[in-house]
Write a protein that binds this ligand. Structure first.
Ligand code: XMP
Length: 495
């Protein structure tokens, strides 16, 4: 009798639930009156941060540093800065993103009245500006000098002082000026820059026509209440110092960057970080409802993904993981009851995967490999066998861990100890601009919304249904029985 119950105890373990991932399911088409281009893509990425595009770039050192974060926010998504850098460098990177499209430039290049025209001309070209406010030693604005003032035909000599050449009737504005007011001043006075001054006439900033036009170009950009670009920052599970520095520098969302956040000490530390900062705190990664229940009281968002990533070896190395569609749905069931957004992180290869992730309960998706080949990702283009690539590596790969990211995997190898990596170092095809990749990704997601008749991301979450796909059905879903002659911008065969 005892023997039999012993055997059953282990046999019972094989009564396992079925788990599914992207290729196992398809969205069931339904009657629809939604045209894809009308499908709305606004979403919440954390309790207080909304985006017009439900997409994040992964916190990886071959995906998101400042250039990627700036472009992601301009396009309406969110870049999450990686953390393979010093805490101080994280603060600087956050400030760079926040300053990128600011209406009022704070770091103003100024001229002094007794510099020569030649000196100022050289200074303006080395700083990459075409004009500068002229200020005295106390930063009181005396005039403004621009390329037009110092063109040779205006009879100003190279050695003349700036005070001779500058325009001294300066149109200024105060700190609370709006883009529209600044533009009106510029049109009225036929000028291209307006110095911002305080009540004593001291320079505090500058608004330029070029800056305003650039902001207009990005009308769907993710911006905070002061109009600055939004930025996310990855912080290690035990890195309160990085969290505080990023928060003070203006980060909008902090992402606790851990491969297994359902861990007692990670949860305690994440709670401490949450109470030390003003920014929203998204916690991850997790893949089960129990983990979600542990985090739901304090997290402003939950990030899902245990081993689905393209460069991940977590599942083969550790034997643990959760197929991503099941993981998302398990977490989303808990999160939905508490209105906490869910981010599906990893494993997304096509736009169809992204909208399936939303249908399974995610509010937004995070991608690494999809963006690693774009111009905005760090690293140079390499050519192999005549084809262009960019480097892409897992943050749990030996290379990334050697440069500082090992604690994501709750591993703290001594310098002379051999690493046990959970990721690989790879190359990904070069893809050109992020803007065009995002256009394909979001356009494909909207196409999916058209097939399921959903006019918003919330609608997809609530109403879209899945069907199960057999291996034959999967084969049928990709181009078959043909030789592809021209690459499509949104499809590459699986390798
Ligand atoms: P994709 O599939 O978009 O996945 O390239 C990006 C996500 O993968 C996670 N990540 C890793 N997971 N080992 C892992 O098991 C790693 O070395 C690794 N590096 C990144 C991460 O969640 C990222 O957003």
């Amino acid at each position: 009798m005892a023997k039999e119950s012993y055997e059953q105890r282990f046999l019972e373990k094989l009564n396992v639930p079925e788990t599914l991932t992207f290729d196992d399911v398809l969205l069931r088409p339904t009657e629809s009156n939604v045209e894809p281009e009308q499908a709305g893509t606004d979403t919440n990425v954390s309790k207080s941060v909304t985006l017009s595009v439900p997409v994040l770039s992964a916190a990886m050192d071959t995906v998101t540093s400042t250039e990627m974060a700036i472009e992601m926010a301009r396009q309406g998504g969110l870049g999450v800065l990686h953390r393979n850098m010093s805490v101080e460098a994280t603060g600087d990177a956050v400030e760079r993103v926040k300053r990128a499209d600011e209406l009022i430039i704070r770091d103003v290049v100024t001229a002094s009245p007794d510099q020569t025209v030649q000196e100022v001309d050289a200074m303006m070209s080395s700083e990459g500006v075409s004009g500068a406010p002229v200020v005295d030693d106390d930063d009181i604005v005396l005039g403004i000098i621009s390329g037009t003032d110092i063109r040779p035909y205006l009879e100003v000599g190279d050695r003349d002082e700036v005070r001779e050449a500058m325009t001294d009737e300066v149109i200024t504005a105060s700190d609370d000026v709006t883009a529209r007011e600044a533009l009106e001043l510029m049109y009225e006075h036929k000028i291209e820059r307006v110095p911002i001054v305080d009540e004593n006439g001291t320079l505090t900033g500058l608004v330029t026509m070029q800056g305003i036009l650039q902001r207009r170009e990005y009308d769907a950009a993710a911006r905070d209440s002061s109009g600055r670009l939004r930025v996310g920052v990855a912080v290690g599970p035990f890195e309160e110092d990085r969290a505080v520095v990023a928060d003070e520098a203006g980060a909008d969302v902090l992402f606790i960057d851990c491969a297994h956040a359902h861990n007692r000490s990670v949860i305690d530390s994440a709670k401490a970080i949450k109470s030390a900062v003003d920014a929203d705190v998204v916690v991850g990664n997790i893949g089960t409802a129990e983990a979600a229940r542990e985090l739901i009281d304090f997290a402003d968002g939950l990030k899902v993904g245990i081993g689905p990533g393209s460069i991940c070896t977590t599942r083969v190395v550790s034997g643990a993981g959760m197929p991503q569609i099941t993981a998302i749905a398990s977490v989303a069931d808990v999160a939905a009851e508490h209105d906490v957004p869910v981010i599906a992180d990893g494993g997304i290869r096509y736009s169809g995967d992204a909208i399936k992730a939303i249908a399974a309960g995610a509010d937004a998706v995070m991608l690494g490999s999809y963006f690693a080949g774009t111009d905005e990702a760090p690293g140079r283009i390499i050519t192999m066998n005549g084809k262009k690539y960019k480097q892409y590596r897992g943050m749990g790969s030996v290379g990334a861990m050697q440069s500082g990211g090992g604690d994501r995997y709750l591993k703290d190898a001594d310098e002379d100890e051999e690493y046990v990596p959970e990721g690989v170092e790879a190359a990904t095809p070069y893809k050109g601009s992020l803007e065009s990749e995002l256009h394909q990704l979001v356009g494909g997601m909207q196409s999916g919304m058209g097939y399921v008749g959903a006019e918003s991301i919330q609608d997809v979450k609530e109403t879209a249904e899945f069907v199960r796909v057999s291996p034959a059905g999967q084969t049928e879903g990709h181009p078959h029985d043909v030789v592809i002659t021209d690459e499509a911008p949104n499809y590459k065969p699986r390798e």
